[in-house]
Design a protein around this ligand. Sequence first.
Ligand code: NAD
Length: 260
Amino acid sequence: MSLKGKTALITGSTSGIGLGIASAFAKEGINLVINGFGDADKIEKEREKLESLGVKVIYDGADMTKPEEITAMVKSAEEEFGNIDILVNNAGIQHVSPIEDFPEEKWNTIVAINMSSSFHTTKAAITGMRKAGWGRVINMCSAHGNVASPYKSAYVAAKHGVLGFTKTIALEVAQDNITCNAICPGYVFTPLVENQIADTAKARGITEDEVINDVLLKAQWTKKFVTVEQVAGIALFLCSDTAENITGTDITVDGGWTAA
Ligand code: NAD
């Protein structure tokens, strides 16, 4: 079945992986609701660029820490497009710090954006998917949904939670032609990774080059960063007919990290 004319809402799609998925989806003719923070002019340019691929794209700046903004975003997307067919819960942030110094406010924000926002978007969008008789929920997880690294307590806890949520929703909607899966990338070179290099260097007392080679890519046996395009390709695959019976699971793309 062609995906042309379907609508996807992708949280956190003004940058990195989310923007990459938006671009891959637009190339398949999927209309988009993009979301995330950033400079308004830059976001508008990205929106126009996506629209130039021949689809309709609206931007919604809902804050993923605010449930009422999330619900309003889903409602206005449904008013605009009739239905959300594909929901990609992608927004996420990171904070790197030993537990003794980990700020409570960072813990709460990471849990809200990286985990609880998926609950709110899914809760709001699932009725429309059920009515339409087709849907795809894709939760951007991480290798850190399966294994831990020190100094990332909130992120690792939230991503483990995302996998539990993914399995639960998959069972609840299994007979409605809706699948719910997670993607677990290793390190993808996006602003999220770039921005944690200095803090990781400080937390571990090493140089930034050492962070890249001895920490980030240490566990990635291919010694390559995963690319945004590779993650976007997996998201598209999960929307295909071939993936109809793939549900309640995660697809790992981590260069061998969690195999070791
Ligand atoms: P990124 O920093 O490039 O993008 C994050 C996006 O989330 C941005 O659009 C940002 O504006 C948005 N965002 C942040 N806070 C928000 C909020 N409160 N409300 C709405 N939007 C908000 O990061 P990325 O690397 O592209 O990460 C995207 C997802 O992929 C995250 O869930 C991340 O945990 C996951 N991931 C990334 C990597 C990696 O190595 N980059 C690896 C595994 C998983």
